[in-house]
Design a protein around this ligand. Sequence first.
Ligand code: ATP
Length: 473
Amino acid sequence: RNRPIGENMYRTSEDIGNEDIYSGLTGMVTDDWMEIFEAIYRAAITALLISTIEPRIGIWVFCYFVPWSIMVQKYNTWYKQLKFDDKTLSQERYAVMRDIVAGLKNIKAFGRKRWAEHRYFGILNFTQRWHYKWLWAQWLGAQGPMKILDIILNRGVFIWCAIMVMNGEITIGEITVITFLVFEFLKPFKGVMEMIQRFRMKLIPAERMIQVMDEIPEIQDKPNAPSLPPLKGDVEFRNVRFGYIPERVILNNLNLKVRAGETIALVGPSGAGKSTILNLFLRLADPDAGQVLIDGYNLKDIRLKSFIEQTGVVLQDTFLFSGTIRENVMYGDLYTDEANLLAAIEEADLSDFVAEQPDGLDTWLGEGTNISGGQKQRLGIARALIRHPKVLLFDEPTAHLDVQSEHHVMKTIQKVTRTHSSFIISHRLSPIQFADRIAVIANGGLETIGTHKELLANSKIYADLWREQEEGH
Ligand code: ATP
């Protein structure tokens, strides 16, 4: 959850694309296990033969392999960690690169080219340090203590054999056979160790992928949660308490009832928890206490997808995917038909914009597309409407617009909210006067709810906000 986006991208693209996952796993189930079986069989037979000729040499060979195997095991664990670190560094580089590319406009606008270079080269520098460790590991593996232990113990067998021949304990013939057998024993045993090492390395990308896949989402449907029937649109927040972190309660005791078809504007001081209310409604988080109900169903008890499919959301800044206008609007309902698509575009007052485009609905929207902030928000509205939602949510939909565009987009919103239960968050009060009721969110809950006139008379917070904004004009 707390992993940067770039890191997850690396894990799910680079790691999954890593051919080791496939060659490693398929190799294991096709050839390698046969080789391991054969190696163990050969090692066991030769060990038995050595022990039959001269049991003391058998014990010596066994003593040689115990420390050798432990060292190889320890070395491999360290080597694997290094490989893991390599992956971690690569994904960090990926994450920084992603931030730099995504924030290019900001970097240029703030003149932070040097800053971006520093961040990226800082990571590269770290990679270099890892590289030295890697070289050291390679040397240790090839020439280091393991090799020395190998030489001492391996050669030791032959020196000992020579001494026994001189003492007349074994014959030259026996030593020839033992030498051959020791060699026959060593080869498969080392082969098995190497194979195990190879397995472990090849499984690294798979392990990392599994780590991502094992991540359990915080919000999950209850087992066998029922799907919602088509909704009317009654919404209720009942005694809701919520904090993103336990020490800081954002909503203390929120009670808010909205009738089907009603439009409610959520206003209040910055940080009061207006967006949090929408987050709870979309079940991006669950209340610590209390309930969020839709048509009397507790959101926690029903299948989330069946609910989300009946809601439409328009955020501050509508995100455009690389694709055509058609694809961007159909994101709201992937399997809709042309008539429904055109109706949504019409309802969102986007038809003129589409008609002006050279390829109409098939005009490509992407980097450098000439689309205004207002048109973008209309596209967001069409995207929300295309799925015939029962509840519409608008979170500061005109925050990035100038007054004139705000006016026009709000007119569209006013029109589409007439037929839906709707919530509109806005920090500006005059554009949301069309709402049926205005809810003032403050001090962890609903301070007052009513019409503009009622609030001017009953809510000091609302009256102050109104005065401030009127004086600002
Ligand atoms: P604004 O009008 O400024 O958008 P708001 O009324 O919509 O404010 P929220 O965005 O709901 O307020 O935030 C309420 C409080 O919760 C703020 O103090 C904010 O810092 C905190 N908050 C919001 N999102 C998170 C989060 N993901 N983790 C921790 N705290 C958060």
